[in-house]
Design a protein around this ligand. Structure first.
Ligand code: HEM
Ligand SMILES: *[C@@H]1O[C@H](CO)[C@@H](O)[C@H](O)[C@H]1NC(C)=O
Length: 324
């Protein structure tokens, strides 16, 4: 009897281990349930890129804005409906675009294997596959098995997502809280090598006086892009992060900020903060190193606190919960 219970005690950790492994993210989670899932996402991201190039840019920002806020659970994509307020409506998510194209990918997956592949996994894999079209890191081995949320975190978005003018120390501590170190944070901000910023996020650096951390010629250019200190928020007035290679995720971003040509305050702070500036210098000198660090940090971001096992659900349509 004593031997028998000792045997059970030995077995217990093994049983618990098997259980916990089952409910974690894993590589190729859909191998049996939907063998072509990852290929379909990859194909759709490619097709969409060729029709609307900046979808590739959006997948990357969308991953950040979904995963940073509590969980990689596609909560970002829910529309305002059924008593849920959409995260898309918060000021932090101003300027985000191309949300509707996740439904194109989702429909292709539903056709092949209904009710099987989560929107949250599309969020992760589309960002990875989008990077390929932007000349980003070649291959990131991303796990799958995320479930979709049944709720949104409208009122908590600002608690998690930094603002354009936050101090670098508060930015670093937010990333630290999800396991991304200083080096990884510097790399992820390199996403600001692609895409654009609307004038509403820039004018406070230009009017009434020009922020001295902006190169004077560059400030002149930006004032030409944003001619009014009070831009109409409805107007699509913007400037691109990187005028030379607008659609390539490369280390020109770091060269620009070293030359006082950062667009947002947080971009420029990477240079003025002594904790981050050594990494800026290293990344400006070595694109491969930037890509390695970007891939490493992106992976951590994509695995932030996912819903797994029987948590959440697999939505049929990414903008609505199933119970609707
Ligand atoms: C301190 C952290 C960050 C802040 C405060 C921040 C803020 C912003 C702001 C204000 C914009 C411009 C929005 C607009 O006016 O339209 C923007 C654009 C963008 N951000 Fe960030 N961001 C941060 C980190 C990141 C990270 C980690 C990523 C991805 C890995 C990312 C990806 C992007 C992309 C791709 C765009 C361009 C979007 C487009 O052109 O549609 N950002 N960000
Ligand atoms: C940061 O920008 C917001 C607008 O996005 C503004 O309301 C706030 O006062 C600014 N904070 C600082 C410290 O400048």
């Amino acid at each position: 009897m004593a031997n028998y219970s000792r045997f059970l005690l030995l077995l217990l950790p093994l049983l618990l281990h098997i259980h916990s492994v089952r409910s974690e993210l894993q590589l190729k989670y859909y191998t049996k349930s939907c063998p072509r899932a990852e290929d379909i996402i990859k194909e759709q991201v490619a097709t969409l890129y060729h029709k609307h190039g900046n979808t590739a840019v959006s997948w990357i920002r969308n991953l950040f804005h979904d995963c940073m806020v509590k969980s990689c659970d596609a909560s970002l994509y829910l529309d305002t409906a059924n008593g849920l307020e959409s995260e898309k409506e918060t000021p932090r998510n101003f300027g985000m675009r191309n949300f509707k194209y996740i439904e194109t990918i989702k429909q292709a997956l539903e056709k092949e294997c209904p009710n099987t592949v989560s929107c949250a996994d599309i969020v992760a894999l589309s960002a990875r596959d989008g990077l390929l079209w932007l000349g980003g890191p070649i291959r990131i081995e991303m796990k799958t098995g995320r479930k979709d949320s049944k709720e949104t975190y409208f009122s908590e978005v600002e608690k998690y997502l930094p603002n354009h003018n936050d101090s670098m120390s508060s930015v670093l501590s937010r990333f630290q809280s999800i396991g991304i170190d200083t080096e990884g944070t510097v790399a992820l901000l390199g996403a600001h090598s692609v895409g654009r910023v609307h004038c509403v996020n820039l004018v406070h650096r230009l009017y009434p006086t020009v922020d001295p951390t902006i190169d004077p010629d560059y400030a002149k250019y930006l004032k030409g892009r944003c001619t009014s200190p009070n831009p109409d928020p409805e107007a699509v007035l913007y400037s691109r992060f990187d005028r030379e290679t607008t659609m390539i995720l490369d280390n020109i971003y770091y060269k620009n900020i070293l030359n006082k040509k950062g667009l947002l305050i947080v971009d420029q702070e990477l240079v003025t903060d002594p904790n981050t500036s050594p990494f800026v210098v290293k990344m400006a000198a070595d694109n491969n190193y930037f890509h390695q660090q970007f891939a490493r940090a992106m992976l951590i971001l994509s695995e932030n606190n996912p819903l797994i096992g029987d948590q959440g659900e697999i939505r049929k349509v990414c903008r609505y919960v199933n119970s609707a």
